[in-house]
Design a protein around this ligand. Structure first.
Ligand code: C2E
Ligand code: CA
Ligand code: CA
Ligand code: CA
Length: 276
């Protein structure tokens, strides 16, 4: 529906108009929600592949609108990116996640926060992360920023510089959705990554002995040679778990271990009481 016409102009259709209305509505409501505290973070556990030990959580934004109901993060994050609200949303997510993690009784648990490429293009991001760390008193090595290959549509030299500065603060940097971004791999040795996250699309077919298996093995091998730790996301069943263990994956995340939850502390208590 959002197709540009052959001559490069947009053809307006009722469907397109409806999409535009929805976007405008979401933008207006998101602006309000960010002011009144209408968004929440949920936390999804990440576990050690070999021992099953809880390693930390990824923070994922949730928005249940009083009238519109649940709006998916894919939808509202994209509206936030198009409207400039992503900076407010991003700072809120960082601050909320760090504050929460600082209250966890086990102070080696990590907290991963998603960063939009637009946040990385903003030179203020380094000050923002520094301030959030200071205010939450979270130790920097517990924070991990998840970026995507989408950052490379911007000036790469500037992005690299910002990532170097962030890494210098002591935080980890994970490449999310690795392998889905159609970008060349030469960035791997040029930006200060600490982790690769294998995209769910490869993980869901892993163990079937198909082409996706080769990709997973390849990413795990690559991460070992680059001395990065490697996470598989979207692990949903026992056979994926076993195959990923066998393949040497370090960390696992997915519904099999836990859905994103708004009560991470309860999850932590349960995890630690089990392992005793
Ligand atoms: P993502 O960063 O790749 O997050 C992983 C997504 O996979 C999450 O979807 C998570 O709920 C889902 N997931 C986790 N395990 C499983 C599984 O076993 N099976 C299946 N089918 N799905 C699983 P979610 O929460 O809907 O988030 C979608 C995307 O929205 C995220 O993808 C991320 O790109 C974006 N997002 C969410 N929160 C934020 C945020 O605070 N800031 C930014 N910039 N983006 C965010
Ligand atoms: Ca992520
Ligand atoms: Ca991901
Ligand atoms: Ca994704």
């Amino acid at each position: 529906a959002k197709d540009a016409g052959r001559a490069g102009f947009t053809i307006y259709t009722p469907q397109l108009e409806e999409e535009q209305n929805r976007k405008a509505l979401i933008e207006r409501e998101l602006r309000i929600a960010l002011e009144v505290g209408g968004l929440e973070l949920h936390y999804q556990p990440q576990v050690c592949a070999m021992t099953g030990r809880l390693m930390g959580f990824e923070a994922l934004a949730r928005w249940c609108h009083p009238k519109l109901g649940n709006i998916s993060p894919d939808e509202f994050v994209s509206v936030a990116e198009q409207s400039g609200l992503i900076h407010v949303l991003g700072e809120w997510a960082l601050a909320t996640a760090c504050k929460e993690a600082a209250t966890w009784e086990y102070d080696d648990l990590t907290i991963a926060v998603n960063l939009s490429p637009l946040q990385l293009r903003d030179a203020q991001i380094v000050n923002c992360v520094r301030r959030v760390l200071a205010e939450s008193r979270l130790s920097p090595h517990r924070l991990e920023l998840e970026i995507t290959e989408g950052v490379f549509v911007f000036d790469t030299a500037q992005v690299r510089h910002t990532l170097d500065e962030l890494r210098a603060l002591g935080v980890g940097i994970a490449m999310d959705d690795f392998g889905t971004g159609y970008s060349s791999l030469n960035y791997l040795t040029r930006i200060p990554l600490t982790k690769l996250k294998i995209d769910r699309s490869f993980v869901s077919n892993f163990h079937l002995g198909k082409a996706d298996d080769a990709v997973v093995h390849c990413v795990i091998g690559l991460s070992k040679s680059l001395r990065l730790s490697v996470v598989a996301e979207g692990v949903e069943n026992e056979s994926q778990l076993q195959a990923l263990q066998l393949a040497g994956c370090d960390i696992l995340q997915g519904y099999y271990f836990g859905r994103p939850t708004n009560t991470p502390k309860a999850f932590i208590v349960a995890a630690y009481s089990q392992s005793i």
